[in-house]
Design a binder for this molecule. Structure first.
Ligand code: GLP
Length: 236
């Protein structure tokens, strides 16, 4: 594991973007696992700048996102599909048909979970997985639980997650209570993992996750066993 602490969010975003850019340059057909939340926004902005400057080509890249809220349609501005279009896909030369976000509005969510796992498998797995971390240690929406879930599944969001994510909604009551999330297996099988976290409120959970015991009650702690994980943290 490489744990990099930087001074500013700008530096975090630059470093993370250059790791992703290296991945895409060395393998133009890369499968990127992508994340939402506020932490990767700067990284996506840098990637879009590189693309605009003609230094990075996404035309052969495929992406799979970690998660989606249950019940929010793609055109809802709080959905993760909307977030990805706005923060990245609309700003780079990716073919949107090659981008996937779980469908949180599927009539049969169990089948949607199976379909998503099969899709990741058919792609041959993930080359680089970008992650954030929740204040309760979640990755994607893998919340603290008694076991590490392997595949894509439906979760009930932790009250601390609902509270943390309420800032993006009109009120906490508007935050969906359920989500569909990729499980830990594709994340652990990703050839590279890159976790970005900023803000002093993430310090304690990062210590627990990366220097404490490996337990499903701190979901990100499983990443200690990942063969190629880089963590970039900025306090500001
Ligand atoms: C959401 C996402 C996570 C993300 C987390 C942290 O809950 N499902 O994938 O890591 O937010 O978000 P932020 O970076 O805004 O703190």
């Amino acid at each position: 594991m490489e744990f990099i602490t930087v001074e500013t969010y700008e530096e975090l975003s630059e470093k993370a973007a250059s790791i992703i850019a290296n991945q895409v340059i060395s393998k133009p057909t890369s499968v990127l696992g992508l994340a939402t939340g506020s932490s990767p926004v700067g990284t996506y902005k840098k990637l879009a700048e590189l693309n605009k400057a003609g230094k990075l080509d996404f035309s052969k890249v495929t992406t799979v996102n970690l998660d989606e809220y249950v019940g929010l349609t793609a055109d809802n501005d709080q959905s993760y599909r909307y977030f990805m279009n706005k923060n990245l896909f609309d700003n780079i030369n990716i073919n949107k048909a090659n981008t996937s976000v779980p469908n949180g509005c599927a009539a049969d969510l169990e089948s949607e979970c199976k379909r998503y796992d099969k899709h990741i498998e058919d792609l041959g797995g993930i080359d680089l997985q970008l992650l954030g971390i929740g204040v309760d240690g979640h990755i994607g929406f893998n919340e603290p639980d008694s076991a590490f879930a392997k595949g894509t599944h439906v979760v009930t969001l932790d009250p601390s997650t609902i509270e943390a994510n309420a800032r993006f909604f009109a009120s906490a009551a508007d935050v969906p209570t359920n989500a569909v999330t990729m499980g830990n297996l594709p994340i652990m099988q990703a050839k590279k993992a890159l976790l970005v976290a900023n803000g002093a409120n993430k310090y304690d959970i990062l210590q627990k996750a990366f220097y404490g015991p490996i337990t499903p009650y701190v979901p990100a702690s499983i990443l200690q066993l990942h063969p190629d994980i880089t963590v970039i943290y900025s306090k500001n």
